[in-house]
Design a protein around this ligand. Structure first.
Ligand SMILES: [Zn+2]
Length: 232
């Protein structure tokens, strides 16, 4: 797993998951420039790693429609090439379609809505989207399974009982994944915090913690990375 952006910073979320020479990309976000970045319009993740790997990419999966998760997509498609498929929830795919139309890439790009709970196989990966809640509807976590085990990338989320789309996170599926995952050997969770106020309330602080946990050789490796962003 290779984060090309978004770890320890707010924005340009983009993660490469690679197994057996094949690649799934989760999110292709941008970062808006800070006040000191004069003359800079957008900050993109450094996706140079993918430059010669176009044919190894099985899919791009988008967790939700915020710019810090999808905004770099037109630039990735132009620089790296068009992947076989791009998955996301219905709203995410709709938002991305109009973005790609603006960039004249809409016709060429295989955007595909993937319903939460539906499993698809791409090369050595099985993919499943899990419904989560965020300040935008159709937020999805991404469960990626290989013969080594599963990893869940939750994206931005929190357990909001009064979410904007009226659909609380699929906690029962998460519990199920947690139980199944005990068989797995590799587990990464990117989590939000569960003690922040409901969406809609303005919060102006950011916080970030990362905590890898290494177990002795031969034992199952388990990482927990906690990332939380409280945005307005
Ligand atoms: Zn977001």
């Amino acid at each position: 797993m290779l984060p090309l952006g978004g770890l320890g910073e707010i924005g340009k979320n983009m993660t490469v998951v690679e197994y057996d020479g094949r690649i799934i990309i989760v999110d292709t976000g941008l970062m808006f420039p800070t006040a000191e970045m004069h003359g800079i319009d957008l900050v993109l993740p450094d996706f140079g790693y993918l430059r010669d790997r176009k044919d190894d990419i099985e899919a791009i999966v988008l967790t939700h429609g915020h710019e810090d998760h999808v905004g770099a997509l037109p630039y990735v498609l132009r620089e790296i090439g068009i992947p076989p498929v791009i998955y996301g929830g219905m709203l995410t795919i709709g938002m991305v379609r109009s973005k790609l139309d603006e960039h004249k890439l809409g016709d060429k790009t295989p955007l595909q809505e993937l319903a939460a709970g539906e499993k698809v196989r791409r090369g050595p990966f099985e993919l499943e989207l899990v419904h989560m809640t965020h300040s935008i509807p159709d937020m999805r976590g991404v469960l990626i399974t290989t013969e080594l085990g599963s990893m869940l990338m939750t994206g931005d989320y929190k357990f909001d009982q009064t979410p904007v789309d009226g659909r609380p996170a699929d906690i029962s599926r998460l519990a199920e994944i947690g139980r199944e995952d005990l068989k797995g050997t590799f587990h990464i969770v990117t989590t939000g915090r569960d003690n922040i106020p409901p969406e809609g309330q303005v919060v102006d602080t950011f916080s970030y913690t990362a905590k890898p946990i290494y177990l002795p050789p031969g034992e199952k490796l388990k990482w927990t990375i906690h990332v939380s962003a409280e945005e307005n």
